[in-house]
Design a protein around this ligand. Structure first.
Ligand code: TYD
Length: 137
């Protein structure tokens, strides 16, 4: 069963000087999994919802490298909402969490680091199926 209390904001290094800023992510304390895939969401029209699914095993770190959005994380019992609005802050999303990505501001780019290659079999696409799975364990 998932536990939304495992979802957390992770502060990433930010190196700033007169030339601008640089942030990075590497496995270790800031990322508790090896990166097996990177994807990104962009050109999201106002009001659109992304995500709206759960993952059985996948772990992710989401970073709004530009713009801002909110991520609702739901373990079937409790929900927490996180705001992502800085390139040096990531959201770690643990397994068995239903997530809705909402409130995309224009120009937002959300980079997602994932623990496994794309696998449709890892998804819960139906919320009731997700709830049933969280109740079983
Ligand atoms: P989906 O995970 O539903 O997107 P979101 O959670 O942002 O709303 O994926 C949308 C489509 O993209 C779906 O057809 C699967 C495909 N896809 C890949 O082929 N590879 C990937 O790594 C991801 C994340 C999605």
């Amino acid at each position: 069963m998932g536990d939304v209390s495992q979802c957390r904001l992770v502060r990433l290094p930010r190196l700033s000087d007169g030339r601008g800023s640089l942030s990075f992510v590497q496995p270790g304390t800031m990322l508790p999994f090896e990166i097996r895939r990177v994807y990104y969401l962009y050109d999201v029209p106002p009001g659109q919802v992304r995500g709206a699914h759960g993952h059985r095993k996948l772990e992710q770190l989401m970073v709004a490298v530009a713009g801002a959005l909110e991520v609702e994380c739901d373990d079937g019992h409790k929900t927490r909402t996180f705001r992502l609005d800085a390139p040096n802050v990531g959201l770690y999303v643990s397994p068995m969490i239903w997530r809705n990505l909402i409130g995309f501001q224009p120009g937002t780019v959300c980079v997602v680091l994932a623990s496994a290659p794309y696998d449709e079999g890892d998804y819960f696409r139906n919320y009731n199926d997700f709830l049933a799975a969280t109740a079983q364990r």
